[in-house]
Design a protein around this ligand. Structure first.
Ligand SMILES: *[C@@H]1O[C@H](CO)[C@@H](O)[C@H](O)[C@H]1NC(C)=O
Length: 302
């Protein structure tokens, strides 16, 4: 347990969110319900969009991809957490921990870029409507999706490369319900200040960067909508407010968890619940129940 010892840690103890068993039962139910609902919702969206040719447009293809990514986001940490609460034992192997960090950042990074791509799609549709079909062609959509996954993967690997061989010796207790870089680094024997800086800079760059691009594109779109206030603008505004709600839900907790410049807040493991579970549930609710065409298409599907 001493600082200089290079003991090999092969398992981590996740301290979870609470130690009271009443709260654990509550969390078990809460996570199970949200997880199942979120998976069903998102798969329903993908199914509806793929099977309904009225919805074969860039906006809906991107939405289907977002829902698909959301099923990934909520499946990385949640099922394990539910299972751990059930068997009352929260351990994760070193390999499992690294796998979790890899997927969380790959899929999370991809989702951030995907939200930006969706905002760009709305920007073109509203600000350059005459060029919409030529700009957002199928090839362009596929290209942007490839860019999103490449950025997500690079973002994840760039952090993982530095932590994968860190010697762990101070402790194997992780005060969270899943593995993440900043908590992992805290357990290293070496002085991890520079690594922490690197991780904060990397995750901070991608979350603040995409958030900034999103805000700027929304300002452009809002300005255009205000200028040509006509029949279409209320529809544009409702789509846009759905986007903004999703973005705030997704980026708010992310930015607090990763970019907060002070020591790890005790509250951030609760905020992480938003990113690993609630946002993907909210996305599907917001996009379907605020969108008339989606509702009609779902009715047709049944
Ligand atoms: C993602 O988008 C592409 C191209 O826009 C589309 O062909 C594909 O079906 C979408 N994927 C999902 C899972 O909806």
């Amino acid at each position: 347990m001493d600082g200089g010892n290079r003991s090999v840690v092969s398992e981590f103890l996740l301290l979870g969110l609470t130690s009271s068993w009443k709260m654990q039962i509550f969390l078990f139910l809460f996570f199970t319900i949200f997880y199942v609902a979120s998976m069903l919702e998102n798969l329903l969206i993908v199914l509806t969009i793929i099977s309904d040719h009225h919805l074969h447009s860039p906006m809906y293809f991107l939405l289907a991809n977002l829902s698909f990514t959301d099923t990934g986001v909520s499946s990385i940490a949640t099922p394990k957490m539910i299972y751990d609460l059930f068997r009352k034992c929260e351990v994760i192997s070193l390999k499992g921990c690294i796998t979790q960090m890899f997927f969380i950042h790959t899929v999370g990074g991809t989702e951030m870029v995907l939200l930006t791509v969706m905002a760009y799609d709305r920007y073109v549709a509203i600000c350059k409507p005459l060029h919409y079909l030529t700009v957002m062609s199928l090839r362009m959509c596929i290209f942007l999706l490839a860019v999103a996954w490449t950025i997500g993967l690079t973002h994840s690997v760039a952090q993982l490369a530095f932590v994968v061989n860190l010697p762990i010796c101070s402790s194997n207790k992780m005060d969270s319900f899943y593995c993440d870089f900043h908590r992992f680094i805290k357990l290293a024997c070496t002085d991890a200040y520079r690594l922490e800086f690197l991780v904060t800079a990397n995750s901070g760059f991608i979350s603040m960067g995409t958030f900034f691009i999103l805000i700027v594109s929304y300002i452009f779109v809002l300005a255009t909508v205000r200028k040509h206030s006509s029949g279409g603008s209320s529809k544009a505004l409702s789509t846009l407010s759905a986007h903004i709600t999703v973005v705030v839900f997704f980026f708010g907790p992310c930015i607090i968890v990763y970019v907060w410049p002070f020591p790890t807040l005790p509250i951030d493991k609760y905020l992480a619940i938003f990113d690993v579970l609630i946002t993907s549930f909210m996305n599907s609710i917001i996009y379907t129940f605020r969108n008339k065409e989606m509702k009609v298409a779902m009715r047709r599907l049944f």
